[in-house]
Design a protein around this ligand. Structure first.
Ligand SMILES: C[S@@+](CC[C@H](N)C(=O)[O-])C[C@H]1O[C@@H](n2cnc3c(N)ncnc32)[C@H](O)[C@@H]1O
Length: 320
């Protein structure tokens, strides 16, 4: 016999998820101690291990803005916290994400909660505007707390992108939640903006949710050289190769990758290229519009309509 309370504590499934599953499978307790039979325990175990079904079970009733059931790609227009709260505990294998930080603009005195894009295009249909995640310590802590909860215990990997300012102000908080293993530098090859030294790089913090699972092999350097995307259809669009490197290092076929700051969908394209399932969200209309048509087209014709050529400059293809 197995006590449901112990199952919740041991396997990281929430009480609500477990109850919902038991109800839908007509599993009932066999005594007042809250125990279930061995046979039913095996069913519960299958449910817990089949994390994708668990994700779907929990999301039942939530209307996705895009869903491809066959390829297991699901996208929501939502706020990062409210989206992550809908995902069951201990169910996601990898988080790869590139948050919209307001810190950089605040430090540059460009105003609070500023928006990326050209002022002249604000609010216009084709305007390159989206709101930024208010990266106060409190919000960031809530974000990391939710990432920790949804990520699989011991085997989960997380990659979080940072600009220099947000790394200094928020990067250390990541260590309260995860075991930080690397600080990767993404070298964009060509020089960008900057009042003093002009920016050519961003950072990616790589961390594990517990200590156990390594990456694919030991051939990955911690400096990645991929050119930035110019004249992108979506502001801050990142090269797919950046996400490919993260996912290729950490994933096996059928893993579930999550990106709650989806933008143009580069992480989703990288997940598909690595035969992974994908679940993501973004708060902006434009992101959902752009990313879902990009994903649809890629699934149909293997064509990436937003990044026509590789941004790689190195011969050694550690990212694929
Ligand atoms: C830096 S961009 C991501 C770009 C993406 N990696 C790509 O390659 O296109 C950050 C995204 O976060 C979204 N965002 C801002 N605040 C958010 C929030 N509270 N919840 C979810 N998404 C948010 C923005 O709309 C934007 O698309």
């Amino acid at each position: 016999m197995y006590r449901t309370e112990d199952i919740v504590a041991e396997y990281g499934v929430t009480k609500e998820d477990l109850n919902r599953f038991m109800e839908s499978s007509s599993i009932s307790m066999v005594n007042e101690e809250g125990e279930i039979s061995e046979k039913d325990f095996q069913l519960v175990l299958q449910f817990i291990e089949n994390k994708e079904d668990r994700i779907r079970e929990k999301l039942k009733g939530e209307v996705a803005d895009y869903e491809n059931r066959g390829r297991r790609i699901t996208i929501f227009q939502d706020d990062v916290i409210s989206f992550l709260e809908k995902i069951p505990s201990n169910s996601v294998d990898i988080i790869t994400t590139d948050p919209a930080y307001s810190g950089m603009n605040n430090k540059l005195n460009l105003g609070k909660g500023r928006i990326v894009g050209k002022y002249s295009e604000k609010g216009k249909e084709n305007g390159k505007w989206f709101s930024e995640f208010e990266d106060s310590e409190e919000n960031y802590t809530r974000f990391l707390n939710e990432c920790k909860r949804v990520l699989k215990k011991s085997t989960g990997h997380i990659y979080i992108m940072f600009d220099s300012y947000s790394l200094l102000s928020l990067g250390n908080i990541v260590r309260n939640y995860f075991d930080v293993k690397n600080l990767i530098t993404w070298d964009k090859v060509n020089i960008g903006m900057g009042h003093y030294f002009r920016r050519r790089h961003e950072y990616i913090v790589f961390a594990t949710n517990g200590n156990t699972r390594k990456i694919r092999n030991r051939k990955f350097p911690d400096v990645w050289r991929f050119k930035r995307i110019h004249n992108s259809a979506y502001p801050t669009q990142k090269p797919v190769e950046v996400f490919q490197a993260m996912i290729h290092a950490s994933a096996e076929d059928g893993f579930t990758v999550c990106d709650p700051f989806l933008g143009s969908g580069s992480s989703a394209i990288a997940a598909i290229k690595n035969n992974c399932n994908f679940i993501g969200c973004d708060i902006s209309n434009k992101s959902i519009e752009v990313s879902t048509s990009r994903i649809e087209e890629f699934l149909k014709n293997s064509k990436d309509i937003l990044q026509k050529k590789s941004m790689a400059v190195e011969e050694k293809k550690f990212w694929e």
